[in-house]
Design a protein around this ligand. Sequence first.
Ligand SMILES: *Cc1c(COP(=O)(O)O)cnc(C)c1O
Length: 414
Amino acid sequence: MLQPSSITPKDLGDDLSSVIPGKDPELAVTIKRIPVSELDLSGKIIPVCEPTLAGKEKEYLLDCLDSNWISSAGKYIPAFEEKFAAECHCKYGVACANGTVALHLGLAALGLEPGDEVILPTFTMIATINAVTYTGATPVLIDSEPGTWNMDVEQLAGKITPKTKAVIPVHTYGHPVDMDPLMELAEKHGFFVFEDAAEAHGAEYKGRRAGGLGHAGGFSFYANKIITTGEGGMITTNNAKFAALAHNLRDHAFSSERHFWHKFVGFNYRMTNMQAAIGLAQTEQMAGFVENRRRNAALYTEYLKEIPGIVTPPEAGWAKNVFWMYSILVEDEFGLTRDQLRAYLAHYGIETRTFFIPMHLQPIYYETFKGQRFPVAEMLCQRGFYLPSASSLTPQQIKYITGIVRQAYEEAHS
Ligand SMILES: *Cc1c(COP(=O)(O)O)cnc(C)c1O
């Protein structure tokens, strides 16, 4: 039977074990002392994220039930694919069961084999690298750049080999990767660029949308993503052949020649009509969600920028960051560590989440990348966390949350 990895943070050595975040603090709402008295939001937990289901979700979903179309055939699947792909400035969308399988489906359509190499950032969520592992190809990691926290495209050139078949840029926390130099390298070396856009619905690079910047993109519609279908994912692309292949592999690779005849090892990675119904209603509200997140991020930054030791999230001049999560770094100057500040906020019912633990420090990939160091990703892991970031978050809540951060700073320095 399957045995878990026995690697513990201690096994990473003294300098790296301190990078691994502590356990999540317990949320509490019992605290009476509220610093910004006119904003008394005590007694309520502010979740780090929650979906906004304020459009036609219910209407479309009931239509599925009333019409008996609840499985993976039905009109909402193509309608959602078409509308969401258009939002990404793409011709084709292939809806599937979740973001992880969107990535795997795309890599499978490339025909990756053991021995092939796929380059991705170490600073990402586990699904990105696992999708590579499922194909048998070898993952190759690169560090983040300090300016955008995204994959450092300058370091990429040094990792390209004749075996490099694909690169997966991850638009971290909603900030797009610097794509032009990446696409130049792709052109030169002939590898496929498959964006992991799971956190970047509506993000823009020089006016072009995430998901349509590389050769294809993979999205997640998990409940904490900018638009959600509960569980769900989609591949977006302008490549008709790639889209058709992904579409076919999604559904057991049934052949068009005759039924129950299979020329590829396909998957059942289908999305249901019910999920697509919710997805369509969500996509209709996407522009509003993005606008709210950008407004909220601007407010957060305005309230936080004067507090010493808090680093607010990046936005490069060419980028439209959609702030999937409003992410900050805590530097020594603040007077509390990241984990201490999180505990302080939890005391006031403010839920937060630490940054990703880089892939080279994961128990399951520890042996694979042993000895490789990625200082920017490690710094981000040690110092970063995100504040509540739902599209429905109000300016009043942001004032409250940032007021508590300021109070923590003042107490640490009193
Ligand atoms: C959420 C996420 C995924 C995985 O999506 P699921 O729908 O949860 O499978 C992949 N990559 C990144 C960067 C993510 O944030």
